[in-house]
Design a protein around this ligand. Sequence first.
Ligand SMILES: [Zn+2]
Ligand SMILES: [Zn+2]
Length: 316
Amino acid sequence: MAVKPTVADSSESRRSIQTRASSINRALDEVGDMWTLLILQEVFWGINTFGEMLAATGASRGILSNRLAWLQDIGCIKKSIDGDARKPVYRLTKKSIALYNNALMAIVWERRYYSNPELDAIDLHHQPCGHSFWPEFVCKQCAQEVRWQDIEYHEGPGAGLDVREIKTRRRATKTIVDEGQGTSLYRNLTELLGDRWTSNIIALAYHGFVRFEEFHKELPVATNILSDRLKLLVDNGILYKKPYRPSVLRYEYHLTAKGADLLPYFITLLQWGDNWCSHGNGPPMQLTHRICGAPLQGVVRCDQCHHEIVASEVSF
Ligand SMILES: [Zn+2]
Ligand SMILES: [Zn+2]
């Protein structure tokens, strides 16, 4: 069984909460932390020794060791000694390679909303068709774009409650955007979603939650933390505030187009959670695509030949 990270950030406090079983939450608890996201991102793009990762992520040695140990515990990174024991190499596993679609969806979103020269210079090449391509996310059954308004949620065989160990960290005052020299291709996304609460809130917004009390009921964190993360999401253009009771000014939080466009990132993460973070009872939740009526299976395709993307068939 995996052991949770033991080298805590100094600002970290812990307790447990129970939340509705969800593959997104399970996935976030495993790989939703900012440093974990950054490390996986670097390994995906070929950075794989401790020294290289230290420079690329801007993490302290303590944090980097801690997260690498965690990623090995959960089976997302394998450490191997290729001849030089002083420089072990960290490699992806089947489990982390399965996050490839999620990484592509992060890149698509980041490129749409932020200017980033390294990212703009990336040219993804699909070997089977021989074209430069851009990944697109569609329903496998009807090949239509998947919008959050078109998804219905039902309890699945694994429905129930999960006990989650909660580590509440103060958000870093420094940003990662200007730190590290690595590729960090989706650094704005990582910065924004890397504390899990913001991700949890966005996932709830896709379920149609709009009011503070609704978010708080599903996500029993301190109200000041919830307020802070809602404000952060408004400041970053993911949610917008809409007054709903003019007499006493109260607001609802609705998804903007930019927030809605994160859906492929979340669905690929949910599908990964279903496949790799299951507690053995099957998915806690089942999704139906209203457009075609089929169980929703989102797939990432090449926009040139429309075939599904396989990680080993893409070069850049
Ligand atoms: Zn469909
Ligand atoms: Zn293609």
